[in-house]
Design a binder for this molecule. Sequence first.
Ligand SMILES: O=C(O)CCC(=O)C(=O)O
Ligand SMILES: [Fe+2]
Length: 366
Amino acid sequence: MGLDSESEARLGIEAAFIQSPEHRPNAKHCDFTLDQIPLIDLSPLSPTSPPHPTTLDSLVAQIHAACRDWGFFQVINHGVSPHLLHTVQSEAANFFSLPMQEKTKVRRDFDNPLGYYDTELTKNVRDWKEVFDFACRGTIRLPSSFEHESDEIRTSTNQWPQNPPRLREACEKYAEAMEKLSFRLLELISRSLGLPADYFNSKFEEHTSFLRLNHYSPCPVPELALGVGRHKDPGALTVLAQDEVGGLQVKRKDGEWIGVKPIPDSFVINLGDCMQVWSNDKYESVEHRVVVNDKRERFSVPFFLFPSHYVMVGPVPDLVNEKNPSRYKEFSWGKFFKRRRDSNFKNLGTENLQIRHFYISQNSSE
Ligand SMILES: O=C(O)CCC(=O)C(=O)O
Ligand SMILES: [Fe+2]
């Protein structure tokens, strides 16, 4: 942005955090009391009472409508113990309250992207947040390079801080619960596309899913910065727990930013880029962002369900036909993820890799 240090001091924030004017939030964007995103009750999935077929059909129909119209929904009665979630939230708060020198003992970097980080870029602008990332299954195997020729695979391993001592256990138990819930959701989404419930399961045998503890501290100039800049999640789906403060916004189909109302003990679910491609654009991965405020800190915990690194992502053959031809060329999940992640660490000087870079033009004259 090219601000000098005097201007930075006057604004109370470093230039790297400042969004360009068209992406800045305004007062209208800060209402988190309206309940517009679909709310879905998952109690028919309860293990004590197998669902009646008509109940399951109605649940699948609700999922279908939410995925088609919003790409976002909230779920209640999901079977995850509130205790697990509250423990992870309080351990996250304990961790982020530690002095910086303690947190940076588990710093994540270009070589090991798991751990603590406070300088993430989204679309080359710095986010007003600090995070702690950990793999759902302890390790993640990904290509070491985005380049096509390279086949080398690198394993990243979780880094656990000694402090707070119970963070690791809380996170590992929570991750297990998220893994289970996300597969149940994946089955519902699969049915909602007219596919067998287990259609996608083989793509997740060595899944590269990870969780993130997000901490957004109060920002002196919330009208200039964002907690997370506008983006789409790259994977299959995201299961997000947020506290009562509010900050997440979803871009509605008409282009309006809509706040997602915090509902106690609920999860916010959104579809990622892989689901958009698999569904051949029946469902969309919807843009979202996080606004910050100058009074209250906010915590959130997303679980990102990502396929195995070797999965080639392309439209599901059963969902394409002559009338509805395939809209995407296949791409390697591992290479796509690696490239997207590298852009979190350094300004690659170009636009981030997006699924539309694999779009097949439907116009034969182009
Ligand atoms: O904190 C939130 O509400 C959402 C964060 C998010 O979108 C992300 O980390 O991808
Ligand atoms: Fe996101």
